[in-house]
Write a protein that binds this ligand. Structure first.
Ligand code: M6R
Length: 362
């Protein structure tokens, strides 16, 4: 069933264009700049919203961080992502004007379900985003949107991350249109990018040899740092999570501007730095941070389409650009890098030690 791939993770990485097509199928009206997610949230309710809160764990939390930025910029409503196990419904939130969005591939993550229950007890409305039909979250949330990525067997979330972010991007457009915050022209442009996502991801997948080569050259790094700004920040966190989870190496994601506030002390020639330098991630500003780590001797691997960035990079991963979705494409580079590092180290890629696909205890 691995269709010739050595691991489910690699198969699922390569399934991302297909997963995305399934996610998007029938949901986009590009002519009119509209989205149909078949949810029953009245326009008046969306108009009166003051806050959208994504609650999730692990990779799904990173998808929530990405989505929060999209919702704020497109729909002009305050949005944030909260780690489900830390979440409390407090801080003066108005339950009638707060939409809580649990994001969970499995729909069974105990921490996420209990965050949802706390929000519901406080009276908030909820909309689940999940991959799993009939899962607990679908029974407990008021509304559900399925990401339709297909089954994911590898413990490391890959295709479900990209499908979650794509679904949440559509949700952001739906909110923005209902609130009158996004013009038809701007919606058409954004949805055009969403539509091009499967093809852009495929372009990165076609370059797998480059990631394998980079992994071979840098696999013996003592630690790996991922940096990004704006939409590149959740991707930096996700890149690091994937590497630690399957390769068992120390990896951390940082908001690029935070480096000089401490983490720079960790940077040495033995700590490769992976940078998101795409549209949607303030690449020029991050380039300054690339220079900071480069001058400390760290090898830098960058995902970029900026020609002037190349001279500061040891390895350039050439990126197709899709505006606010570009960092999401950079994530595919990090998945392939992590996979090949883990493979070189002989790790148990589909079932990493100490981890479970679905975490049903708090
Ligand atoms: O099923 P969920 O999306 O709720 O799972 C959340 C996390 O447990 C999950 O994303 C975990 O971090 C992955 N193993 C990361 O690859």
């Amino acid at each position: 069933e691995k269709s010739g791939y050595e691991h489910y993770m690699l198969k699922e990485i390569h399934e991302q264009p297909t997963a995305l097509r399934q996610t998007l199928s029938g949901r986009i009206d590009e002519l009119n700049g509209e989205v149909d997610l078949d949810i029953d949230l009245p326009k008046e309710y969306l108009n009166s919203l003051e806050e959208v809160t994504f609650v999730a764990c692990g990779t799904s939390y990173h998808a929530g961080l990405y989505a929060a930025q999209l919702v704020e910029s497109l729909a002009d409503v305050r949005a944030s992502a909260e780690i489900a196990s830390e979440y409390e419904f407090d801080g003066g939130r108005d339950p009638w004007r707060t939409l809580v969005v649990p994001v969970t591939q499995s729909g069974e993550t105990a921490d996420t379900l209990s965050a949802l229950r706390r929000a519901k007890r406080a009276g908030a409305r909820s909309l689940a985003v999940t991959n799993t039909l009939g899962s607990t979250v679908t029974r407990e949330a008021d509304e559900t949107v399925f990401i339709r990525a297909g089954p994911e067997i590898g413990v490391a979330a890959t295709k479900t991350f990209v499908s979650q972010v794509a679904t949440l991007a559509l949700l952001s457009v739906a909110f923005a249109r209902a609130r009158g915050e996004l013009s038809t022209t701007d919606a058409i442009e954004f949805l055009g990018h969403v539509r091009q996502l499967p093809g852009a991801v495929q372009k990165v997948l076609d370059e797998e040899a480059a990631f394998k080569e980079a992994a071979t050259e840098y696999a013996d790094g003592e630690a790996f740092f991922f940096i990004g700004r704006k939409l590149g920040y959740p991707v930096a966190l996700e890149g690091a999570l994937k590497l630690k989870e399957i390769a068992y190496v120390h990896a951390e994601g940082f908001a690029a501007g935070e480096l000089k506030h401490g983490p720079l002390a960790l940077v040495t020639p033995k700590s490769p730095v992976l940078a998101v330098l795409t549209q949607g991630s303030s690449p020029e500003a991050t380039l300054n941070n690339v220079k900071e780590v480069e001058s400390r001797g760290a090898p830098v691997l960058g995902c970029t389409s900026l020609r002037d960035a190349e001279k500061f990079l040891d390895v350039t991963f050439d990126m197709p650009e899709l505006g606010a979705l570009s960092p999401l494409i950079a994530n595919v580079c990090f998945q392939l890098f992590a996979y090949h590092v883990a493979k070189l180290k002989g790790r148990s890629i589909d079932k990493p030690r100490n981890l479970a696909k679905s975490v049903t205890v708090e």
